[in-house]
Design a protein around this ligand. Sequence first.
Ligand SMILES: *Cc1c(COP(=O)(O)O)cnc(C)c1O
Length: 486
Amino acid sequence: MEESRGIPRCRTWNFNRNAKLESVTTHLTISGTISKITANLDHRDKRPTIPLARGDPSHSPCFRTTPIAEDAIISAVRSAQFNSYAPRFGLLPARRAIAEYLSRDLPCKLSPDDVFLTVGCKQAIKIVISALALPRANILLPRPAYPFYDSYATQYGVEARYCDLIPERNWEIDLDSVESVADENTVAIVIINPGNPCGNVFTYEQLAKVAETARDLGILVISDEVYGHLTFGNNPFVPMGVFGSVVPVITVGSISKRWVVPGWRLGWLVTCDHKGILKEAKIVDHIKNCRDVSSSPATFIQGAIPQILGNTSEDFFNKTIELLKQAADICYERIKEIDCITCPCKPEGSMFVMVKMNLSLLEDILDDMDFCCKLAKEESVVILPGSAVGWTNWLRITFAIEPSSLEEGLGRLVLLTYAEGLKLSYRGTDPHVLQRQNKQGNLVIGSCTNPNTLSLCIFYGVLSLLHSIEYDDLNVEDLGGLQIGE
Ligand SMILES: *Cc1c(COP(=O)(O)O)cnc(C)c1O
């Protein structure tokens, strides 16, 4: 062995790849999956890319946040009062404002001491999981779910166990499975309400059952309410803290979604624990310690929070809800037209819908990832494969974008499914905009640059003609030059 300054020289480096870390950072994150899919985008496609994967509507002008929030930030910065480090768990007026904001929907008032400010809801998730990471601990996660619970559990050595959500029952949690997977090392159950990725909203009765089940199992409930109040169906939003006298509840949330400012990175972790059980078990101390070793949200954002939470008008919230409701309707109606994709429940909250692929109708598609990669490549539409949220061969679609882009994106999704379903080739000229009618007889306008896809739309029109349905808008002349089949 070579020596250098008396130290024997190794022939290999001591640092190396870490398979566990790779699983946390690439396989279990939405961004990691999205970047794999966007790598397939064809830059020769002149059409705009339609982003239906990430739940961040702040890019769409129609979802711009309220001027109240923008002005609050500007005044906070200009006041020069928020240039220093913030106190340990956050500025008191900010914690008080959050306690008051959440207490509006609760039977008992929260105190500022129940509130910890965090860098977005994501950091609140990280802190709560790290605070619960006893040796051998396991945690119950819904499936499908927002994947960061899994990532942080892996990171902190907490075993993730899964309770399926039931699509046929409006994505209720299968509480029988909860009882069968829990054991004496189970510390908590996570619920996400309104749901990501399913767009469901739990009823009061279902939440009451979750609370009772958790109490019987001796575990706490972590309630992710980052989409709190973003509901537009039959079920109103009920915060889990309502059951804080039945079972200890830790609620995590942020301004990211309701105010459409995910880049501002302000969130909270709140204990709703009327009987002081978390304090007694030292969980509150663990949370404080974990908070201490993490970074804090920017002080001027904390300074702006009382104005943001206190002064935002109902009009702003109603407008957002109205937009989401319309978008959810468009999404649901469009997907109904596609044979190879089914939507088990109309979304009633959050910004997402989970739909199931019927692979037997999609020739040449291996799985959800393959479908999403082809969709990006052929049609410049980005959606999230269900495998990124725990369910293979499903797809998660966000509808929180400009309605015209949503229509365009779903139209292209239709085109791809026909293309993949019918396996034909195109030999004709290339009109850029094609009119055709779908199965229900509605006129669909699709613009395509992909000749393969285009031919299929025309072919579909011919099929429909042969089946003698009325097609006034389809011009048979357009079909000249097209030969069907290989
Ligand atoms: C977006 C999201 C978060 C993260 O929220 P931030 O405030 O942006 O950190 C947490 N949970 C769920 C379910 C989400 O969809």
